[in-house]
Design a protein around this ligand. Structure first.
Ligand code: 2PG
Ligand code: MG
Length: 441
């Protein structure tokens, strides 16, 4: 048993220049450190981060959350076994005592939960992915790298709503390695940048590093991405393909989906028609949150209509909550799940969400937030748990590149021992009949 001898916290700053919580968990065999990320387009059902309020720093300071780590959380964890992740997370949940973790703050709790895992890995003398893989992978299964999903144009809440859709992403189903996937992504990212520069709109990037969206309509962004793929010389959807995060909860008012840039206000059926049209017209293989978290009827109908040939991902829709995933699966909503540890608050609950997705035969994507830091823990989760896809924003800004580069180091460490890259078989549009859930193995 490796005992926790100290728990510390400090205020650090995220990629939007906003305050966030860094936690440290110390044992006699080193320390683990983790930083809470923060979303901008948050789901209504997410765990609640604690912000101080008031006038200073726009009310966004986190000194109370930091104090909660240094005080009650430290007291609750001192002397406990750092390797008992489930027990530690249960203690954090019990100490908070609220359904949304809002008393201590999900930002305090997730930083500590991840720092415990980092400290346990440190004590075991292993990188986090290897520590997690010891119990996190099915018996006898080797770890492998996930398929990256990379933003090319930002939008929605990450770009002052200059386009209504949030993420115009690239995936590389034809790539044979993570290194190759990133190389292909770089070619398309820069081809897209060159196109934007030729239009007189080059250079600027949105919150996650995707090119700033200077478009006349939402469809034009998809069209420009398809052209950038052509410019870079790839065949779509076989080698590379398009994924969208519609993040539709941001523009649904309980009755209509309003695409401000297109001057359109669409009811559920008309919006489904529009999305299905785009999926048919462009090499789109995955769509996230096509319908709002408060519109299960829309999500179920769209899944029934397009789910056989399209990965349909629930992010705001499931908020990394195993219970919601099981319910969604029973009702036929989505066929894949986004996994964000800070959406639910602890590593153990994030793992439960992945287990629920797998049990349902759903695909899964480990995801960063729009407010990020140099923390690379989520890359290790994807590898150590065998989650087949990873989304960490675009191909610029070091809070994003730190994660892609960490994955390259892990790929090199795995070497020939790694399983083949999971790319073929994830997307039903490319390999009809293969369910997305089977891509992860
Ligand atoms: C999403 C994420 C990451 P945010 O919606 O998938 O792109 O955004 O962190 O703002 O919720
Ligand atoms: Mg999303």
């Amino acid at each position: 048993m490796t005992t926790i001898v100290d728990v510390r916290a400090r205020r650090v700053w995220d990629s939007r220049g906003r305050p966030t919580v860094e936690a440290e968990v110390h044992t006699g065999r080193g320390l683990g450190r983790a930083i809470a990320p923060a979303g901008a387009s948050t789901g209504a059902g997410e765990a609640r981060e604690l912000r101080d309020g008031g006038a200073r720093l726009g009310g966004r300071d986190v000194m109370q959350a930091v104090a909660h780590v240094q005080g009650p959380i430290r007291q609750a964890l001192l002397g406990r076994d750092v390797a008992d992740q489930a027990g530690l997370d249960a203690a954090l949940i019990a100490l908070d005592g609220t359904p949304d973790k809002g008393r201590l703050g999900s930002n305090a709790i997730v930083a500590v939960s991840l720092a415990c895992a980092q400290a346990a890995a440190q004590a075991a003398g292993l990188p986090l992915w290897a520590h997690l893989a010891r119990t996190g992978l099915p018996a006898g299964q080797a770890p492998r790298l996930p398929l990256p999903e990379v933003q090319i144009f930002g939008g929605g809440a990450h770009a002052s709503a200059r386009v209504d859709l949030q993420d115009f992403l690239l995936v590389t189903p034809g790539a044979r390695s993570f290194a190759q996937a990133l190389e292909w992504t770089a070619e398309v990212y820069h081809a897209a940048g060159a196109r934007m520069a030729r239009r007189g709109a080059g250079g600027g990037v949105a919150d996650e590093g995707g090119w700033w969206p200077d478009f006349r309509g939402n469809e034009e962004a998809i069209e420009e991405l398809a052209r950038a793929i052509e410019d870079a010389g790839f065949s779509a959807p076989r080698d590379v393909a398009i994924a969208l995060d519609v993040a539709s909860s941001q523009f649904y008012d309980g009755r209509c989906y309003t695409l401000r840039l297109d001057g359109r206000r669409l009811e559920r059926e008309a919006f489904a028609e529009l999305l299905a049209g785009w999926v048919a017209a462009y090499p789109i293989v995955s769509v996230e949150d096509p319908f709002a978290d408060s519109d299960p009827e829309g999500m179920r109908a769209f899944t029934a209509r397009c789910g056989a040939r399209l990965q349909i991902v629930g992010d705001d829709y499931f908020v990394t909550d195993a219970r919601r995933i099981r319910q969604g699966a029973a009702e036929g909503a989505c066929n894949a799940v986004l996994l964000k540890p800070n959406q639910i608050g602890t590593l153990t609950e994030t793992r439960a969400a992945w287990d629920a997705a797998r049990a349902a035969g759903y695909g899964a994507i480990v995801s960063a937030r729009s407010g990020e830091t140099e923390d690379v823990s989520i890359v290790h989760l994807a590898v150590g748990w065998g989650v087949p896809q990873l989304k960490v924003g675009s191909f610029a800004r070091s809070e994003r590149m730190a994660k892609w580069n960490e994955a390259l180091r892990i790929e090199e460490a795995l070497g020939a021992g790694a399983l083949p890259f999971p790319a073929p078989g994830i997307y039903p549009a490319i390999h009809p009949g293969i369910h997305p859930g089977t891509g992860g193995g």
